[in-house]
Design a protein around this ligand. Structure first.
Ligand code: ZN
Length: 366
């Protein structure tokens, strides 16, 4: 089994600066050294070194000059979106949604495949590889690898799907290793809600440093960004908000307990009680806000879009009641900017992040 590319502390500092410059460059047009120095609060000399590295790797380039007063004209720089590509695959029990994105996270192509039934692992790997190969045909930049986002529990570090308490043919499958052997490309495996949050931080750079993303697909998951870092936890399970209990002795859940938020939410929807389902979602959000003090909550996932107006109202009402004694606490609730592409795009963005020294469990051949 391949190892995660070693990242030294100095790599991380360099990677963080490179990533910060690219994050600024991703937002818009050409930038000068002075613009970048202001945005990163470092010296223009430091920016020159960073730009030298990024230009050397072909991910940024000079973009002409402007004259703004006497003296030497100012050189401008821009990102080269077509220089790199990454594939993102969103796997569920019944479908695979795939995208290939450029260096800025823009989608070059998307595909959707209904599987319709639960495939055994070898067949599943073939399906994922076929989708990835089709996406790899689009675009021209260096292909960095494929990211897979799927419902948990997933061990990000090991690249393994851990499985649920119910009979589960995918339980314990080393999806990352199997797919990497099949594709011959670096592969990364992550929990769908965490991939979604990475994708969202790319869409809203700098705004989600203390944020929760609540993902409602077949189940309910959450992911957290606290103090600017995406939280994974001791077992890579941080954010299993769907399996926090909202009713003692409630309906049985796939995890083996009773009254989990996810089981209660599904039972409410099956009973046609959208208002109760929205209140359960609101309870999860308020509990997260109380527990970890975030100022933004992003809602995403297929099921959210079907019921979003009831959900958003219920969440805003519950927050207004829950926080009424603390007028200094502001929490903004928003829908994901990425629609149903969110998880696939996020998994691709995780692959891109590895390119800039942000530690990611992307494992390549050899
Ligand atoms: Zn549960």
């Amino acid at each position: 089994m391949g190892a995660v590319r070693p990242t030294t502390p100095l790599d991380r500092v360099a990677g963080a600066h490179d990533a910060a410059v690219l994050a600024v460059a991703r937002r818009g047009d050409s930038v000068s050294r002075a613009d970048l120095a202001r945005a990163l609060q470092v010296t223009p000399q430091a920016i020159s070194k960073i730009l030298g590295r990024l230009i050397g790797r072909g991910v940024m380039t000079e973009a002409g000059t402007i004259v703004s007063g006497p003296g030497k004209p100012t050189t401008l720089y821009r990102i080269v979106p077509s220089s790199r590509r990454a594939i993102g695959l969103h796997l569920t029990r019944s479908r695979v949604r795939g995208v290939v994105v450029d260096l800025t996270g823009e989608i070059l192509e998307r595909r959707e495949l209904e599987i319709g039934r639960l495939q055994p692992v070898p067949e599943l790997i073939e399906t994922l590889a076929l989708e990835a190969r089709a996406l790899a045909e689009v675009g021209s930049g260096e292909l960095l690898g494929a990211g897979v986002g799927m419902p948990g529990p997933v061990d990000w570090g090991e690249g393994v799907y851990r499985g649920t308490a119910q009979p589960d043919p995918w339980r314990g499958a080393s999806i990352r290793q199997l797919l990497l052997e099949e594709l011959g490309l670096p592969v990364l495996l992550d929990h769908d809600s965490r991939a979604a949050l990475v994708g969202e931080t790319w869409s809203q750079p700098g705004l989600l440093d203390d944020a929760a993303l609540v993902l409602v697909e077949d189940g309910i998951g959450a992911s957290l960004c606290l103090d600017g870092n995406i939280v994974r936890g001791a077992h890579s399970h941080a954010g299993e908000a769907g399996h926090t209990v909202v009713r003692m002795d409630g309906v049985p859940c796939s995890c083996g307990r009773h009254g989990c938020a996810q089981a209660e939410y599904q039972a409410a929807l099956e009973a046609g009680d959208e208002e109760l389902a929205a209140r359960i979602l609101a309870t999860i959000v308020v509990n997260l806000v109380r527990l970890v003090d975030v100022d933004r909550v992003v809602l995403g996932g297929r099921t959210v879009y079907t019921h979003h107006s009831a959900s958003m109202d219920a969440i805003r009402d519950a927050l207004a009641v829950g926080l009424r004694a603390e007028p200094w606490v502001h929490v903004e609730v928003m829908l994901s900017t990425r629609g149903t592409d969110l998880i696939a795009v996020g998994a691709a963005c995780e692959v891109l992040e590895h390119e800039y020294g942000i530690p990611q469990a992307l494992v390549g051949p050899g």
